[in-house]
Structures are given as structure tokens and as C-alpha cells.
Design a protein around this ligand. Structure first.
Ligand code: ATP
Ligand code: MG
Length: 365
């Protein structure tokens, strides 16, 4: 079963779309079949991968309205193993059109169900709001990846997002995990960045991704060429950092699978042969396990970092039955998008050579 990762943060301009495009592209470069779904009416992920604006095209809007299937909406990209379901600006209307719709919170999940097994990763790019579009993405997702900037007010608004995740777990999607928090546009030369990172580490523990994404001009330039950073300049620090993030997420999934297999072997009443216990499954990148149940928001907020060894691994699968939906206005916590323009060029570091090639990444993955 593929893993569906929603890239979400209701704060605008924190690097959600840049992360969604480049993470999805990096999975694809690691020869893992990947689908990117643009869930944002701004359609930046669609244009960032070179899709020209076309009022006729089938988009996420049609999926949510039940007017087309995911199969019909699929588009190929320049990368062989990356597909995209584009968005369109009329998606903004879906928020209103779906208000009285049946199973309005499950529209995206239902639409993706027939095709999700074809992909090892499905990446959802969310809009900068906790609206019905983000809600649909979080209900469809196995986990949420939260891009954040290491700035003084970094934690402001995060509790609102984590509360939303809690409520979605309680009402719609009990298995929704926190994939991680990734620091974007990061400059470790500043004391502030280091202080904020230390604070975030205390807050999120090992949910804070080890990989940070530097502020990098190639990441800002690539979308205007309709390309992922690794297609635009594979040696750039931006492309390299997103390939590292993809590796981190892939290896996390693999270690979760190994832990689950080891736990199953320990609790199994039957005789376990040596082969089963030491070699649970081939650790191929395209065979990724689903995640264990996640710590609650309270656990994530705890002062002590969460240790990998403390993660609970469910031995039995949780029932796929969906709980009764609760009103969407309980979930919504609308926050307007902030306009964040491209970074000033002088703030951006010059490129470094010697990045990781797709082949190298492929081998290590
Ligand atoms: P929105 O909330 O509007 O959807 P977003 O969270 O998706 O925004 P992006 O569009 O990814 O954020 O990024 C905002 C701006 O910052 C864009 O101009 C993007 O090119 C730039 N940007 C993002 N990440 C980086 C980076 N690591 N280095 C340099 N520029 C970046
Ligand atoms: Mg965006």
C-alpha cells in the first residue's frame, strides 16, 4: 500500500509547494513510483512542474466534485516515475460547493482509492488554510509533513495545526501520523536559526527531520522553468537537500517496517525460523510499510524528545472503518494566506558543487 503524505501548514509561504514538488521528484528519482496531487487553488505545484494553465483540464476540483475519476485527471511529467493530478483556480469554489455535500471530508480519499496502490508515495500539496481542501488532504493522508521556517514565531500557529490533526484523528482518520517537521529556507549561520532549531527539537523530539532545506536560489528559480530542482540543477544544494529528505523518509518507513516485523516475530505464538526474524522483508525502496500509530499531540508537545525505541508498533491492522463525520466548522480554523515573495538574492547563498546524483541516491535508497 502506498504512503500518502500531506504537506501542510496553514501559514503561507513556508515552502509547502517547494517541498511537495521536490520531495515527490526525489522519490521518483529514487525509482519509486510517485504521484503529486495539487490540492491548492493557487496551482503552484502544477505550474511548477511545467503544466500550463488550461481551463479545460481535469483537476482536483473535478475529483472533489465527483465529476471525473483520478485516472482521468492523471498527467505525466518530465520524470518517468512521477505523475501529477493538477489543480485549477476553480478549486477555491469547492470549499463552498461541497458545504452540503455527502461525505464531503472523504472526497479526495475516495477519489484516490482506486489508484493509490500504483504509487509507493502520494504527496499532497495543501493550501495555506485549514479549510475543507486541507481537511480532505488530511483525511486522505497517512501522515502530515510540516514545513516550517526557523524564525522567532515559528511555533505560532503550529498548535492550531496539531489540534486540527488531533481532531481529524478523533473524527475521520485515526491513523493520521506526523511524518515530520522539516525546516525550510534554513540558514544555520545565524544564532537565531540555531536557537529556534534547539527549541523545535525540544518541542518535536525526533519528529524534527534531521535534513534541513537551505535557502537556495535554484529552488526559487526551478518552478519558473517548470522543473523540479533536480531536473534544473541536480548539483545544487537545494536539489541535494530534498534528495536527502526523501532518503530520510524512505529509510524511516523501512525501519518502521523492520520494527513491525520484529515485533510480530516476538509476539507470534508459532515457531519463528532464523530467516523470518533476521530478514523480515527485502528492504527495497519500492516496498514501503505503513507507519505505526503516532504519539498524540500531547506526547509530541512533551518536553522530552520522543525516542525511536518508544514508538508503538501496531501488530494488527486497525480497522479501515471510518468514524462518523463531525461538522466541518469544528475542524476549520481559517487563517488567511500570508504573501511571501521570493527571497532577496543577496540573502541567498551561492551554489556549491558536488551534489548527489540521482544514481547515487538510487543506490543508497
Ligand atoms: P503558499 O502558502 O502560498 O502555498 P508555500 O508554503 O507553498 O506557499 P512556496 O510557494 O513553496 O511556499 O515558497 C514560497 C516562496 O519561497 C516561493 O517563491 C519559493 O520559490 C521560495 N522558496 C521556498 N523554499 C525556498 C528555499 N529553500 N530557498 C529559496 N527560496 C525558497
Ligand atoms: Mg503552496
Amino acid at each position: 500500500m502506498g504512503r500518502v503524505i500531506a504537506v501542510a501548514n496553514q501559514k503561507g509561504g513556508v515552502g509547502k509547494t517547494t517541498t511537495a514538488i521536490n520531495l515527490a521528484s526525489s522519490f521518483a528519482a529514487a525509482e519509486v513510483n510517485t504521484l503529486l496531487v495539487d490540492c491548492d487553488p493557487q496551482s503552484n505545484a502544477s505550474s511548477g512542474l511545467g503544466l500550463v494553465k488550461d481551463p479545460e483540464r481535469i483537476s482536483t476540483y473535478h475529483l472533489l466534485l465527483g465529476a471525473a475519476s483520478a485516472e482521468e485527471a492523471l498527467k505525466t511529467t518530465a520524470l518517468k516515475q512521477l505523475w501529477i493530478i493538477p489543480a485549477h483556480k476553480n478549486l477555491i469554489g469547492a470549499n463552498i460547493e461541497l458545504v452540503d455535500g455527502e461525505r464531503r471530508e472523504f472526497r479526495l480519499k475516495d477519489a484516490l482509492a482506486p489508484i493509490r496502490d500504483r504509487y509507493q508515495f502520494v504527496v499532497l500539496d495543501c493550501p495555506p488554510a485549514l479549510d475543507l481542501l486541507t481537511l480532505n488532504a488530511l483525511v486522505a493522508a497517512d501522515s502530515v509533513l510540516i514545513p516550517m521556517q526557523a524564525e522567532y514565531f515559528a511555533l505560532e500557529g503550529i498548535s492550531e495545526l496539531l489540534d486540527t490533526v488531533e481532531r481529524i484523528r478523533a473524527s475521520f482518520n485515526p491513523n493520521l501520523a506526523i511524518e515530520g517537521v522539516v525546516l525550510t529556507m534554513f540558514d544555520d549561520r545565524t544564532n537565531l536559526a540555531q536557537q529556534v532549531t534547539a527549541e523545535l527539537k525540544r518541542y518535536f523530539g525526533d519528529k524534527l527531520c534531521a535534513t534541513t532545506i537551505p535557502r537556495n536560489i535554484r529552488l526559487a528559480e526551478a518552478p519558473s522553468h517548470g522543473k523540479a530542482a533536480l531536473s534544473y540543477d541536480i548539483k545544487s544544494r537545494g536539489a541535494e537537500s530534498y534528495m536527502n529528505l526523501a532518503k530520510e523518509i524512505i529509510s524511516h518507513q523501512l525501519s518502521v517496517k523492520e520494527m513491525a516485523a520484529a515485533a510480530a516475530a516476538r509476539t507470534s505464538p508459532r515457531t519463528v525460523t532464523v530467516n523470518e526474524s533476521v530478514a523480515p522483508e527485502s528492504p527495497a525502496a519500492n516496498d514501503v510499510a505503513s507507519a505505526p500509530s503516532e504519539p498524540t499531540t500531547e506526547e509530541i508537545r512533551a518536553e522530552e524528545p520522543v525516542q525511536a525505541s518508544s514508538i508503538q508498533v501496531p501488530v494488527e491492522e486497525i480497522s479501515g472503518e471510518e468514524p462518523a463525520p463531525s461538522p466541518v466548522n469544528e475542524i476549520q480554523g481559517e487563517q488567511p494566506a500570508e504573501e511571501t515573495g521570493p527571497p532577496a538574492v543577496e540573502e541567498i547563498r551561492s551554489e556549491e558543487q558536488g551534489g548527489l546524483s540521482a544514481e547515487e541516491m538510487d543506490k543508497s535508497a
